[in-house]
Design a protein around this ligand. Structure first.
Ligand code: SF4
Length: 254
């Protein structure tokens, strides 16, 4: 039987997070990031792919969630996460979200927010932004601000839009959101901590104007031979960014 839920695990960025995986167990992603913690993407998926993954198991999904939320376990957030890829590729994402909301409400746990981690590759589709807006928090990946770094670091499917279009899609999402719910997460490591990328990221952040930026580095073995950067370097980059960013954008490091 498909295991939909993981944890809760103590996440550096989300607190005690109950991970929700609505993709097949085989990695399904539009990227092949050098630092991916779940291994190489053997076959990169098109961002136009929309499959009703696992919808025939929705009763199991509901039962598993009801069982977990009925227990007296500390959970800070319910997180649709990339345990095996990019959740927005599941055409039934909104159905799984609605089941989650309904169980949360039945069990009077509305205080637990529902978050989604996305790699932003599908952000230019209006129907995807519409679904994302139904989440309490949206945590969107942006590791690079220029196309050369994008190709080197995230290694997208050839149909993934240019990084400049993705940045504009994130800006549009931010403008469409009614509340402060957009977090940009940026993983910095040996291949994207150069001056050119940092400068282009600052430019991108100022365009998107997110509510928060989370900077972090590699914590588990990466798919390819790349290296993490240490906490001191992260703090220095944060300081350099903070000096030139719009003052309302908060940066956190992990
Ligand atoms: S987007 Fe996430 S799941 Fe996909 S390759 Fe990158 S790190 Fe791995």
């Amino acid at each position: 039987m498909k295991r939909f839920f993981f944890g809760p695990v103590l996440s550096r960025r989300l607190g005690f997070s109950l991970g929700i995986d609505i993709l097949p167990d085989k990695k399904t992603c539009t990227f092949d990031c050098l630092y991916c913690e779940i291994g190489k993407t053997r076959r990169v998926t098109s961002p136009k792919t929309r499959s009703p993954f696992l919808i025939e198991n929705k009763k199991n999904f509901e039962l598993q969630l009801r069982n977990i939320l009925s227990q007296d376990i500390l959970i800070d957030t319910l997180t649709f996460a990339g345990y095996s890829g990019e959740a927005t590729l599941n055409s039934e994402l909104n159905t799984f979200l609605n089941i989650t909301k309904s169980v949360r409400s039945d069990l009077h746990k509305e205080n637990i927010p529902i978050s989604i981690l996305t790699n932003s590759s599908t952000i230019n589709f209006p129907e995807i932004r519409k679904i994302l807006m139904n989440f309490d928090n949206i945590v969107a990946k942006l590791d690079v601000g220029n196309q050369a770094s994008f190709m080197k670091v995230n290694r997208p499917h050839f149909l993934v839009p240019q990084i400049s279009d993705i940045i504009n899609g994130l800006k549009q999402l931010r403008e469409e959101l009614d509340k402060n719910r957009l977090v940009i997460q940026t993983l910095l490591f040996s291949e994207n901590n150069d001056r050119k990328n940092i400068d282009s990221l600052i430019e991108a952040y100022n365009i998107i104007n997110p509510n928060k930026i989370q900077l972090y580095s590699i914590a588990r073995p990466p798919a390819y031979a790349v290296k993490k950067i240490d906490g001191l370097q992260l703090e220095q980059i944060k300081k350099n960014m903070q000096d030139v960013l719009k003052t309302n954008i908060k940066i956190e490091t992990y």
